[in-house]
Design a binder for this molecule. Structure first.
Ligand code: NAP
Length: 242
């Protein structure tokens, strides 16, 4: 069977992506960092809609943990492969740069950029051999425009955008596509500390986006209908131009 792996699939955008890809008929692997109950809730919601999902806990920022978890999964699934990878796991740890600590810089870069590298590298060989694959990276408006207070996060997301464009060219001959999605403000745990009432005034469509709206775009990019789209960064931000 052809599985979809969603990093950070336990909550927020990742959870909505898991539900959408499962509804589209893909068995789903839900990765998460530590929130087992949220991951189990996502798995249960997929089962309730008649889909199939497995949990796979690992820290995307830890290359050894990524290798071990994926190797264990592959040994348990000798006849299956992961044909869709959604690199969604990410964290925010905002600070003005003059106050930013090493740990804040490193953890945000290691999760978004390191996570992209650690997981994608591990799954790419199989996609290239099978001559089929979809890699979808969740980046951010912050990586296109830059956001004050987020030099770490903007740098991490901008780096993944560059990697998306480079990798798309590397693997296109093998029919593997690589794209990025750049959301603006989406209502999830990640944005719950923000002042939604004042920030939504900046958005031409006048509201934060929903995780399901991002998931619909992921579902399209993962589908056969999107076979001719690669190396793109698609914004989904309610008209909040960069
Ligand atoms: P969220 O609600 O905070 O959820 C984050 C998810 O990432 C959780 O499933 C979490 O797992 C997982 N995660 C965090 N660190 C991880 C690690 N080291 N290894 C594995 N999983 C890890 O975030 P969200 O708002 O859905 O954001 C999802 C993605 O969209 C992120 O890349 C974010 O940067 C991006 N994005 C979000 C927005 C927005 O407005 N929300 C805008 C632009 C881009 P646990 O549940 O186990 O903690």
């Amino acid at each position: 069977m052809e599985y979809a792996l969603i990093t950070g699939g336990s909550r927020g955008i990742g959870r909505a992506v898991c539900l959408a890809l499962a509804r589209a008929g893909n068995p789903v692997i839900i990765n998460y960092a530590g929130n087992h109950s949220a991951a189990a809730e996502t798995q249960q919601a997929i089962a309730q809609q008649g889909g199939q999902a497995e949990l796979l806990q690992f820290d995307v920022a830890n290359p050894q943990a990524v290798d071990k978890a994926i190797e264990t999964w592959q040994n348990a699934h000798p006849d299956d492969h992961i044909g869709i990878l959604v690199n969604n796991a990410g964290i925010r740890d905002d600070a003005m740069m003059v106050f930013m600590q090493n740990e804040q810089w490193n953890s945000v870069i290691d999760t978004s950029l390191g996570g992209f590298f650690n997981v994608t590298r591990r799954l790419l060989k199989d996609m290239l051999t099978k001559r089929k694959g979809r890699i979808i990276n969740i980046v951010s408006l912050s990586g296109l425009k830059g956001m004050p207070g987020q030099t770490n996060y903007s740098a991490a997301k901008a780096a993944v955008i560059g990697a998306t464009k480079a990798l798309a060219q590397e693997v296109a001959a093998r029919k593997v596509t690589v794209n990025a999605i750049a959301p603006g403000f989406i209502a999830t745990d990640m944005t719950q500390d923000l002042d939604q009432d004042s920030l939504k005034k900046l958005v031409p469509l006048g509201r934060f986006g929903k995780p399901e709206e991002v998931a619909a775009l992921v579902e399209f990019l993962a589908s056969d209908a999107a076979a001719y789209i690669t190396g793109e960064v698609i914004s989904i931000n309610g008209g909040l131009y960069t």
